[in-house]
Write a protein that binds this ligand. Structure first.
Ligand code: AMP
Length: 341
């Protein structure tokens, strides 16, 4: 029997509940400090207790996973806590395409793939001296928006960067990425591409609630102006969104283009869940500032099924369950190599 394994964080509850509902064995790689939390949930069959998630790289842990024919479901915590080299060195099969995770973590590669997919993007700004409108300054990797800041000029950029360095939030030699800031309605578009059916499914949309930028909007401008702290974009939680139906055609087109570009550029392509993240402006024009090449935590809001999946499936279908179903089908067809790397 195949087992589904993941790291205890991010969307592990959803992933393992979905796997259990599909009749698969579930394994949680769990940090000692969180054991008490995760033991509350009856659908986790086995725990691999670790001091640090980096122990997944050790032979001992990989052996336990392999004894169970486990497939690891990668999520944001894996990417945040391991380097691309470390992820790529994991011998246990990883659901989807582990090679594309490097393209998510590296801003230059990320932009290259988004460009190849023809995604409409905010303009990148190549150096602080070229800042002539509002920009957002980002760090590498899935830092959850921590340490991001906005700037309106080179002087403003230097002041805020130095402040974050002195606070120890960013390091002096960290390469920061500068991008035009686009105002509008944020939308995080969640998809699943099935390599077995060769079909793209649109799962849902979420919005992220980010502190403390969101808190700033709740205080009067007078207090905002007195606030000297650099606000950050640390994700606290997510909420659901449905789109105007007239926007769906473009949503599917962007997903199809992304899948097609990934097939060309990062074999075996964008298999499994992914997310295109961006903003709709006043003309409902979408600008994409990011993608995630794996399940996003925003799918946690649809543990009982999403509005768009209720159109495709006559049963409650979470993203975790959808992944497990693909694994189950691949196992039956003897095609696990098609859904893992
Ligand atoms: P990211 O790590 O790129 O997903 O960005 C984190 C957060 O910063 C997003 O969830 C948005 O709130 C905000 N953000 C990022 N890029 C832009 C942009 N170009 N324009 C407006 N907001 C942005």
């Amino acid at each position: 029997m195949t087992a589904i394994a993941t790291l205890g964080s991010h969307c592990s509850l959803q992933v393992l509940k979905g796997a259990k509902d599909e009749g698969l064995k579930t394994i949680l790689v769990c940090e000692k400090k969180r054991e008490k939390l995760y033991k509350r949930f009856p659908f986790i069959d086995e725990f691999i207790i670790v001091d640090s998630f980096l122990e997944v790289l050790d032979n001992n842990c990989q052996q336990k996973l392999d004894e169970n024919n486990a497939i690891i479901i990668p999520h944001g915590t894996l990417i945040a806590q391991m380097s691309s080299e470390q992820i790529e060195s994991i011998k246990t099969p990883i659901f989807g395409n582990k090679w594309i995770l490097r393209w998510e973590s590296d801003r230059v590669k990320k932009e290259e793939l988004m460009r190849a997919a023809n995604l409409p993007m905010p303009k990148p700004v190549s150096s602080p001296s070229e800042i002539n409108s509002l920009v957002i300054v980002k760090r590498q990797g899935a830092a959850g928006g921590k340490g991001y800041f906005m700037a309106a000029s080179e002087e403003d950029y230097n002041k805020k960067r130095n402040e974050l360095i002195s606070q120890g939030v960013i390091s002096k030699d960290e390469i920061l990425y500068i991008q035009e800031y686009v105002g509008g309605v944020l939308a995080y578009l969640q998809y699943f591409y099935s390599p077995l059916n060769e079909e793209l499914e649109f799962f849902g949309v979420d919005q992220r609630h980010e502190s403390d930028i969101e808190g700033l909007a709740r205080i009067p401008s007078e207090q905002q102006l007195k606030n000297n702290k650099v606000p950050s974009f640390n994700v606290i939680g997510n909420s659901p969104l449905v789109l105007r139906e007239s926007l769906l055609e473009q949503v599917y087109a962007m997903g199809d283009n992304f899948v097609e570009a990934a097939k060309r550029m990062v074999e075996p392509g964008m298999n499994g869940p992914f997310c295109i993240e961006g903003v709709y402006d006043e003309n409902a024009k979408f600008s994409s500032f990011e993608f995630s090449a794996r399940i996003v935590a925003g799918t946690n809001i649809y543990m009982d099924g999403s509005p768009y999946y209720s159109l495709l499936y006559n049963e409650p279908m979470s993203m975790g369950k959808r992944i497990a179903r693909e694994v189950k089908k691949a196992t039956e067809l003897n095609k696990l190599d098609k859904v893992t790397t």
